[in-house]
Ligand binder design. Structure first.
Ligand SMILES: *[C@@H]1O[C@H](CO)[C@@H](O)[C@H](O)[C@H]1NC(C)=O
Ligand SMILES: *[C@@H]1O[C@H](CO)[C@@H](O)[C@H](O)[C@H]1NC(C)=O
Ligand SMILES: *[C@@H]1O[C@H](CO)[C@@H](O)[C@H](O)[C@H]1NC(C)=O
Length: 444
């Protein structure tokens, strides 16, 4: 509600600013208080026990059924086991208040908590301590990556997810697909140090994601196709794969995405756009205020991404992408320079702008910038033309002025690995240096 007011206020005051990114109001239509006043359905009244043994699956499904036409499903503080997954459908004006901790004990694939075809929905913790502990290490230690995603939202409209913690998913942590008008904020996600353990994946319309921390070794907060009107702010990739657009294939349709205030440390990249062949477009995207430390890649457009099998098509067309105010240091700029633009020869990038970009290497004393088939302004991009061109690489051996950027101070120094239990973190007080979260953290 505070948000709705904020956005409505912002729309009234600064229409161009808000409409340029989001297309309208995000978040639930009715307040938590309204829902609570209507009906409360505690899982304890439907057979749940905070004994870390009794399966919370069936009680949660029953509580949802009782409250899904208007009310709040309450999971009080305490430790619960989940051995069977829940598919929660057709809610309208319903919230799930997760104040306890749910520990995965089941081994099925799919989604532990799957919310679909619902409107005016909220998943939150009133204390900021609600968590799902996926115990993925028990599976990963066997060398296996099978198992469930923790949370999936599908065809959910007018919703929010906030102040909850997701830990050590067997597979992915949180995805939103085919959703509209959503807000996700004040979250910590902490997974194993492996690929396939994505933080947040979005392919949706009109979504605001802000104040989120992700630790893992795959997607931090990543936009997939189709998506439009996505605003992603105050993101802390604290030892992750890093944020990305992709991977992108046939008929890609991504537009009007804005990443702002993204702090990335010890990750694969600060931002990657990844594809190999394919078709369609990515257009009107801004990547603003990025700080990096100790990452392998920094700005990394790779339209011949070797981890993806080539798909049919001359390439996804990237147009009107702006990278501005990037600072910090990369791990080794001589082997992996801070600017790597590899556009598809079959669909050269156009209107790419790289400005106010100053990064320097942590190892050695030189770094390179490399561009292929990319047009626009800044560094190695060609200013005019439209034909494909081979990679051009320039090496610099002096640090650009103004590259130095602050650290968050509590950066993770070693990974959590994949074989031992990963502790449940607390949600951090800030996700980008000097910037307070938009909404006060719950329980503070
Ligand atoms: C979502 O909320 C908007 C008002 O902001 C409303 O117009 C729309 O109908 C709602 N969506 C659904 C599917 O009910
Ligand atoms: C480029 O994208 C930005 C950000 O979405 C947008 O404001 C601007 O209008 C776009 N420019 C063109 C020429 O479409
Ligand atoms: C980064 O991750 C490490 C390990 O989880 C944690 O100790 C540190 O507090 C995190 N930083 C913040 C700001 O949360």
């Amino acid at each position: 509600m505070r948000l709705s007011r904020f956005l409505l206020g912002a729309v009234a005051l600064l229409p161009e600013l808000v409409l340029g990114q989001l297309s309208g109001k995000v978040g639930p239509t009715t307040t938590t208080a309204t829902k609570t006043a209507k009906k409360k359905c505690s899982v304890l009244d439907y057979g749940a026990k905070a004994d870390k043994t009794t399966d919370i699956g069936p009680p949660l499904t029953s509580a949802w059924a009782a409250c899904k036409s208007g009310g709040v499903v309450v999971i009080p503080s305490g430790d619960y086991a989940m051995s069977t997954w829940v598919s929660l459908t057709k809610g309208a004006g319903v919230a799930i208040q997760l104040d306890g901790t749910i520990y995965r004990t089941g081994t099925a694939g799919g989604n532990m908590i799957f919310v679909q075809s619902s409107d005016d929905f909220e998943l939150f913790s009133s204390t900021g301590k609600g968590a799902v502990q996926g115990n993925g290490y028990q599976i990963h230690a066997q060398g296996s990556r099978t198992g469930a995603r923790i949370l999936r939202l599908y065809k959910v409209t007018n919703f929010s997810v906030h102040d909850v913690v997701l830990v050590d998913a067997p597979a992915f942590h949180f995805s939103m697909d085919t959703c509209t008008n959503g807000e996700v904020y004040n979250m910590a996600i902490r997974g194993g140090d492996w690929g396939g353990l994505d933080g947040i994946d979005i392919w949706s319309n009109n979504i605001w994601i802000h104040d989120v921390e992700v630790t893992n070794k795959d997607e931090c907060v990543t936009v997939k196709s189709p998506s439009k009107n996505i605003l992603i702010e105050n993101i802390y990739c604290n030892w992750s794969g890093g944020c990305a657009l992709g991977s992108l294939g046939a008929d890609t349709a991504i537009s009007t995405v804005h990443y702002k205030n993204v702090y990335t440390q010890r990750s694969n990249q600060m931002m990657m756009i990844k594809s190999n062949g394919g078709s369609g477009y990515v257009e009107d995207v801004v990547f603003e205020n990025f700080i990096g430390h100790g990452n392998a890649y920094s700005l990394d457009i790779d339209q011949y991404w070797s981890s993806m099998s080539a798909v049919a098509g001359g390439g996804v067309k990237l147009t009107n992408l702006t990278f501005t105010n990037w600072k910090g240091t990369e791990a080794n700029g001589a082997s992996r320079g801070p600017i790597k633009v590899v556009c598809a020869d079959g669909a050269p990038c156009t209107e790419i702008t790289i400005k106010d970009f100053a990064m320097w290497t942590e190892a050695g004393s030189k770094q390179m910038y490399s561009c292929r088939s990319g047009y626009g302004s800044g560094f190695c991009l060609k200013n005019s033309g439209s034909a494909s061109y081979a990679a051009t690489t320039s090496t610099v051996s002096a640090a650009p002025s103004g590259y130095s950027a602050t650290s968050l101070g509590s950066d993770l120094k070693t990974a959590f690995g994949t074989t031992v239990s990963i502790p449940i973190p607390t949600i951090p007080a800030s996700f980008y240096p000097g910037v307070a979260p938009y909404s006060k953290l719950a329980g503070n």
